[in-house]
Design a binder for this molecule. Structure first.
Ligand code: ADP
Ligand code: ZN
Ligand code: ZN
Length: 812
């Protein structure tokens, strides 16, 4: 490679050409990081491709690469078009897209360990070495050392090019040591029968028992064998020396609960599952296709994913699985590890930088063929993907907010298309967008209409909260219906889930003397009291005030604690059921590493009777002993000023209801609401997705909301109220001017705003927004391109930030 195309990690939308000096040429490859001169600086760049000699206009102006950082490429060349697509669609500089995609925090080059060879030692005696070479080789005489320590010792930066040269001359050897945070493999002893055992007779009773167990189970861990024959440890040694069994160490995996994962076998699929698996496998080798797998809660979607994954592996291709959040990754990870073992790699934010890099390298080098992760796993560096699976595809956590704003669910179909492979999006409550894609034949539908083993859907009872509006205390929120159902479940020794989508103790503290609410100093939002922490906190910026604060307006210390949060609910429930063991899962109780697992373990081991939680408990979990779900107030998400409020409410209610009755005993849901007639709530009660879809799609059509249009939101924010408003107005004017320039813009692009955002101030920043709505995707994107590239100075203003949110989700 003589000339290369490089994307720099700077706000630059285009790529640049550099020349490659001779000593580096052999090591250059797409996917490596390089050090390049840029203006008067030196910056990191990513090699995206080769530049053709003929395409370069002024050869004299081309600068050359200074150094290469990586031994192995960090991403395959097949991902380059993906990065470019993202940059173009989400209006984000391509180098920063790559930077966002790669695991952060490690300068890998620093972790090469160097040692001197005999040839190098001989060279030291000669006269040919430069002073720095001499310094390095002399230092190595004392033993092998990491590059980063070496450069400290000799007090100089050491370029990779120089090390390559030394290596090529045969003076040094290099080894990679990227084991930071890597956990050691765990080994267990496993036993299996030899052929001789099949015909043996006349053994003692205990020994025959062992042979019998092994005949049925195949290879078994010694640990498990001991549950059948407690004295197995000594006996198998004897059996081994007689030649009847063989014993070997095997790598095993611990599940997130710290327990050994025994290998599992595939379920016997029911007929709906078979149909779904067969249809998707049929398309595995036929290029791009997206399926929407719509299966009610508890219908066995994961089993379908696993069998499609197995088929992809069999055809020597890889599998990428996206899951909403960490709590769910652990559950899917457990099931995939049990089935597929060694080849599963997991990517999520709870890993340390070292662990994350290890996982990344395993994928890039082909050691892992299945990757499971949250939204950022869409960037897993696979070359030949067979299928991309997106579980709970409707989930809002696939949308990345801040810096690079993307939707991983949408990117899954883009990557599948570019790789010519299969995408399977699964959900019990598909997004309106995805189901519309089924209706318009962009996606094909697979359905699972019943729960596995014909288990019934839960019985949902609606309780009208208006009846208890004037009641004081506990009974206002834990109605008689709910209380009786809870009592009955506890008596049957079953578990209960209570759902309230608001954390803290009191979410609306108000001064009893003057009536003013307690507000955050930096945001235009009321504070929430957290009793355990004895503090008022802002849920948007983290600002806190002491729990004994007085009213800022009149100085009164008589604060009334209105608004119910999970923390208050917990104390109420504890008062009602003093003998039950209660746990709470929300963002406050899951800050510490490992705390989510502890809470889930409590549910699994049945040491928790009642679990109270926010939407964290609503998703995906499979706990068969939960038979009652109580939804304290179904309406909290309905009142958001957002066109998706109805969709979110339906999804949340149907999902949380789906946690009930997943085992042998039927489930019951008590759904409390102030709006029993609202169609989102009625449809959730009937667990009727299609009824919901038909109502909602009509409403979207009438108002020309997505999926009938596309939206781009310009999010404008700054520390100074006046300057921010002025910038917003100026940008609004530019938008309107541009609209008049072309008749296509004039017809297809609608501009709403600038208006102040519903959350007018967050973390000290004043917020404005402009919403662009386009009936035609192409025109809207052409419009935003022109707006951006003709006004780069407005978008790059020093005091007012303008973020472009393509296909926005959180519009407040
Ligand atoms: P979903 O993701 O659709 O809510 P899961 O995939 O979690 O459902 O499956 C629910 C439970 O049913 C799991 O415990 C799973 O092991 C079990 N299961 C899946 N398929 C079958 C089957 N064909 N027969 C029996 N049990 C099954
Ligand atoms: Zn007051
Ligand atoms: Zn705040």
């Amino acid at each position: 490679m003589t000339y290369i195309e490089v994307a720099v990690a700077l706000p630059a939308y285009q790529t640049f050409t550099y020349s490659v000096p001779e000593p580096l040429a052999d090591f250059m490859a797409i996917g490596k990081r390089v050090l390049v001169p840029f203006g008067r600086r030196q910056v990191t760049g990513y090699v995206l491709g080769q530049s053709r000699h003929s395409e370069i206009s002024d050869l004299n102006k081309i600068k050359s690469v200074l150094d290469i950082f990586d031994e192995q490429p960090l991403f395959p060349s097949s991902m380059v078009p993906f990065f470019k697509w993202i940059s173009d669609y989400y209006k984000y500089p391509v180098g920063q897209v790559v930077k966002h995609a790669l695991p952060s925090g490690l300068n890998i080059r620093q972790y090469a360990s160097l040692a001197i060879t005999e040839k190098g030692q001989n060279e030291l005696d000669g006269e040919r070495l430069t002073p720095i070479a001499k310094a390095i080789l002399s230092e190595l005489l004392t033993g092998s050392i990491l590059v980063k320590d070496l450069s400290k010792k000799i007090n100089q930066d050491i370029s990779t090019a120089m090390l390559y040269t030394f290596e090529r001359c045969g003076w040094i050897t290099k080894k990679w040591k990227i084991t930071a945070g890597k956990t050691k493999a765990r080994l267990e002893r496993f036993v299996c029968l030899t052929d001789a055992a099949l015909t043996v007779e006349g053994l003692s009773e205990a020994r025959s028992k062992i042979i019998e167990v092994l005949k049925v189970e195949g290879e078994v861990s010694v640990k498990k064998l001991k549950t059948f024959v407690p004295t197995a440890t000594a006996l198998i040694k004897a059996l081994e020396s007689d030649g009847y069994v063989s014993i070997r160490n095997k790598r095993v995996y611990r599940d997130p609960f710290g327990e050994l994962i025994e290998p599992d076998r595939a379920h016997q699929l029911n007929s709906e599952q078979i149909k779904a698996v067969d249809r998707s496998i049929h398309y595995l080798t036929k290029g791009y296709k997206t399926f929407l797998l719509r299966g009610v809660t508890g219908s066995g979607k994961t089993e379908v994913y696993m069998q499609v994954a197995a088929a992809a592996l069999k055809s020597k291709r890889t599998v990428l699985i996206l899951v909403p959040e960490i709590a769910l990754i652990t559950q899917i990870e457990r099931r995939f590890r049990a089935r597929f073992g060694e080849c599963v790699s997991v990517l999520h934010s709870a890993l340390s930088a070292g662990e994350r890099f290890d996982q990344w390298s395993r994928i890039a080098q082909g050691d892992a063929t299945i990757a499971i992760g949250a939204r950022s796993a869409i960037f897993a560096p696979f070359t030949d993907i067979g299928v991309i699976i997106v579980d709970e595809e409707h989930d809002a956590s696939y949308k990345q907010e801040g810096s690079l704003r993307y939707n991983a669910r949408d990117l899954a179909t883009v990557r599948a298309k570019q790789n010519g492979c299969l995408a399977v999006l699964g959900s019990a409550t598909p997004s309106i967008q995805s189901y519309y894609n089924v209706v318009t034949k962009k996606f094909s539908e697979l359905t699972l209409k019943t729960r596995v083993e014909q288990r019934p859907m839960p019985d949902i009872k609606i309780v009208d909260l208006r009846d208890t509006r004037d009641v004081r205390g506990i009974r206002r929120y834990i109605t008689t219906d709910l209380q009786l159902a809870m009592k009955a479940a506890l008596e049957r020794d079953e578990q209960i889930l209570l759902f309230l989508n608001r954390r803290g103790y009191a979410s609306f503290p108000v001064c009893g003397a003057c009536g003013q609410p307690l507000r955050c100093k930096h945001c235009d939002i009321s504070l929430t009291l957290h009793r355990r922490a004895n503090a008022y906190r802002c849920h948007y910026c983290g600002f806190g005030r002491s729990g004994t604060s007085k009213c800022e307006f009149c100085g009164s210390n008589e604060i009334r604690l209105l608004g119910l949060g999970t923390e208050k609910l917990e104390t109420m429930v504890a008062a009602l059921f003093p003998n039950a063991s209660i746990a709470r899962m929300d963002r406050d109780t899951t800050q510490q590493k490992g705390s989510i697992l502890k809470l889930l373990k409590g549910l699994k081991n049945k040491t928790t009777d009642i679990m109270i939680g926010t939407q964290m408990v609503a998703k995906g979990h499979d706990f068969p002993n939960i038979t009652l779900v109580g939804i304290i107030c179904a309406d909290l998400s309905l009142s958001f000023p957002d066109f998706r409020a109805g969709e979110r409410t339906f999804q949340l209610l149907a999902q949380v209801s789906g946690r009930a009755g997943r085992g042998n005993r039927p489930g019951k849901v008590v759904l409390q609401t102030y709006n029993p007639e609202h169609f989102s709530i009625v449809a959730a009660r009937q667990q009727d997705y299609m009824a919901f879809y038909r109502q909602e799609i009509g409403f979207r059509k009438t108002l020309n909301y997505p999926p009938f249009s596309r939206m781009i939101q310009l999010k404008i924010s700054g520390k100074d109220a006046q300057i921010t408003e002025n910038q917003a107005q100026q940008l609004g004017n530019l938008c309107r001017e541009l609209k008049t320039q072309q008749s296509a813009y004039d017809r297809h692009v609608e501009i709403m705003g600038p208006i102040e955002a519903s959350l007018t101030k967050i973390a000290g920043r004043y917020r404005w927004q402009i919403l662009l709505k386009g009936l035609n995707t192409g025109t809207l994107h052409k419009y935003i391109n022109q707006l951006l590239f003709e006004n780069l100075s407005v978008f790059g203003h020093h005091a007012v930030q303008v973020a472009i949110d393509v296909d926005p989700f959180f519009m407040m």
